[in-house]
Design a protein around this ligand. Structure first.
Ligand code: AMP
Length: 628
């Protein structure tokens, strides 16, 4: 059997014998109450995997490896920001997690309570996540690059009992505030201020603790000998919430279960990523994103592997840094984003090729489109297999991928290959919902039930889950919000989002969130944010604002600073144009695509429904004036 045939057989088996397939995968995990039924799908599209079975996620990542791997490294923290490398064995990580779990308990956190984690890339962040699931609490990690408003909306929605943070982080040698941003968010929240546990780093002087604030090191020290038994929870008990952006201004809390999540993570290591117990995985991402949750923390630790947690930039102190880690720690599987590779490409292949990369079996790239040129360049530079995989916060693991664990099929540059086992992918016409032909663009839909590991609902809002993802057509289908095309050999090509989501360097941002913040400025009456193509980051944000006549008009910098302060520097627009009006249909709908076309220097196209053609001319002039 060749790789293609092996894949076909594996995929068909997963789809045709769903129960038996996922029953077998469940054996990769230790259960407290064993699996009897595999799937309860009595309330479509809500899938309840492994009903009645119980388990603990932390037990599966740590306790069960202790006997065989107690002295093996579980986590290696490398910080090129503070020049430190610290390794923690499974036993050391286990001890630390127990201490943190005891602290959380003391602070009143119980099963089902939420803990919000707003941290830089330090080991305490991983310890906090694992301690949280140890006691059956639910974590919500907020990316450290988010600022006050973004943080406040997540605090309000998750209503955490406790927030774990650090006083400061550091990026590119510059100190970045964490606790001060959290304090700023407290001014905007509508719930009572939760308790705060603060990791002090020697980057800034230690501030005195306020009311309801606690020091991580002190509390851990008080619990040095604590052992907290893992709490077995029902398979569908939420393990975590991770917020992500969509069309509306309010981010959605993607809720993940425990049983399906554990099985999906462990199985993906086996069949897709081909990471074996005892090996080393390096995922260059951030724990605040889904790639970090899945492939820095859960999947490698569930597998009994060693994971590298990296704090710093991929090009500092020099563009060879990541590859020196591959050499030093004998990394077998590496995972990062296309943007990181494009950044390295600018610096030349020698930085990579100067290192012994013989341990590296595969480099996986995801989070945004991987252009053919970059795919080709990195494949020849590392002289190895580079695997594009396509997925989303919502799914938690690949929808489309080449399966390294089954043996690789031929690579087609520009394509993340074929559907992963469990995903019933369909390409349909966006208006009629009818299937499109080979080589025709369609909306990528997934026929439910979604496989284990995918979101089970929107936190606290089942209706929003249905309305957002399953309401496009009469038949129940999950919308990915991506366009795609499939060739005659069954390979898929992703062709961009069909909604208002912008993807900057693999970071997913909603245009509405940015526009709403711009409109909080007293002089801004209307705003539109769009993504424009960027050679390195994939997309960049540009915004258009209509300012009211009274008062001094705001400077571009002032508005950019407003975005950095409220959402975070990742959402800072590259350019802000002042315009007389925004193009809209007669019914008042923003013609976002025509604005985007003009921002990219393209023709806005024929717009028969436009309300006022003159605004287009004005927008064009505003763009030209800036670039003259
Ligand atoms: P996120 O939820 O932040 O992971 O963003 C998911 C979105 O990123 C997807 O819906 C796609 O638009 C895009 N994306 C992720 N991986 C890929 C990929 N390999 N190729 C093309 N687009 C991707």
């Amino acid at each position: 059997m060749n790789a293609r045939e092996r894949y076909e057989e594996f995929y068909r088996n997963a789809m045709d014998n769903k129960e038996a397939f996922w029953r077998e995968q469940a054996q990769l995990i230790d259960w407290e109450t064993p699996v009897s039924q595999v799937l309860d799908y009595s309330n479509p599209p809500f899938a309840y995997w492994y009903p009645g079975a119980t388990l603990n996620l932390c037990y599966n990542t740590l306790d069960r490896h202790l006997e065989q791997r107690g002295d093996q490294n579980a986590l290696i923290w490398v910080s090129t920001e503070v020049n430190k490398t610290v390794a923690f064995t499974y036993r050391q990580l286990y001890e630390w997690v127990n201490q943190a779990a005891a602290v959380f308990r003391q602070m009143g956190v119980q099963k089902g309570d939420r803990i919000l984690i707003y941290m830089p890339m330090i080991p305490q962040a991983v310890v906090a996540m694992l301690a949280c699931v140890r006691i059956g609490a639910i974590h919500s990690v907020v990316f450290g690059g988010f600022a006050a408003h973004a943080l406040a909306s997540r605090i309000d929605d998750a209503t955490p009992k406790l927030i774990v943070t650090a006083d400061a982080g550091i990026r590119g040698g510059k100190i970045v505030p964490y606790k001060p941003l959290l304090d700023a968010s407290f001014k905007q929240i509508t719930i009572p201020k939760p308790n705060v546990l603060i990791v002090h780093r020697d980057l800034v002087p230690q501030s005195p603790l306020g009311v309801g604030e606690w020091d991580w090191d002190q509390e851990i020290a008080l619990n040095a000998r604590a052992h907290i038994p893992p709490v077995a929870v029902d398979s569908r008990h939420p393990s975590y919430i991770l917020y992500t952006s969509g069309t509306t201004g309010t981010p959605k809390g993607v809720q993940r279960d425990t049983g399906g999540h554990a099985v999906a993570m462990r199985a993906s290591m086996k069949h897709i990523y081909d990471l074996r117990p005892g090996e080393v995985m390096f995922t260059g991402s951030d724990i605040g994103w889904v790639v970090g949750h899945s492939y820095i923390v859960y999947a490698p630790l569930l597998t009994g592997a060693t994971t590298i947690l990296y704090e710093g930039l991929p090009i500092r102190p020099d563009p060879g840094i990541w590859w020196s880690l591959v050499e030093k720690f004998k990394v077998t599987i590496m995972f990062t984003s296309p943007t990181a590779i494009r950044l390295l490409k600018k610096n030349g292949p020698e930085w990579i090729q100067d290192h012994d990369l013989s341990s590296l079996r595969y480099l996986f790239l995801a989070g945004e489109p991987l252009d053919r040129e970059t795919h080709r360049w990195i494949s020849s530079t590392i002289n190895g297999q580079v695997i594009d995989n396509y997925w989303q916060t919502e799914t938690g693991w690949p929808i489309l991928t080449n399966h390294a664990g089954l043996g690789l099929m031929a690579t087609k540059f520009g394509s993340p290959a074929v559907p992963a086992y469990g995903f019933d992918c369909h390409l349909v016409d966006e208006r009629t919902g009818k299937p499109v032909k080979d080589n025709e663009k369609g909306s990528l839909m997934i026929k439910p039930p979604l496989p284990p590991g995918c979101m089970t609902t929107v936190w606290g809002n089942d209706q929003r889950f249905l309305d957002t993802y399953f309401s496009r057509f009469e038949t129940l289908m999950y919308a990915t919000f991506d366009y795609a095309m499939r060739d005659e050999e069954g390979y898929y090509f992703i062709m961009g989002r069909d909604d208002d989501v912008i993807n900057v360097a693999g970071h997913r941002l909603g245009t509405r969130e940015i526009e709403e913040i711009l409109c909080t400025h007293p002089q801004v009456s209307e705003a539109a944010a769009v993504g424009v193509t960027d050679a390195v980051k994939g997309q960049e944000i540009v915004a258009f604002v209509v300012v009211s006549r009274d008062g001094a008009p705001p400077e571009g910098k002032e508005l950019k600073d407003l975005i950095s302060r409220e959402i975070g520097a990742i959402a800072r627009p590259k350019e802000i144009y002042r315009v007389a009006g925004l193009p809209k249909t007669r019914s008042g709908k923003l013609l976002r695509r025509s604005i985007q076309a003009m921002a990219e220097g393209r023709d806005p196209g024929d717009l028969p429904t436009i309300d006022d053609v003159a605004v287009l001319d004005h927008i064009k002039k505003a763009i030209e004036a800036t670039h003259d």
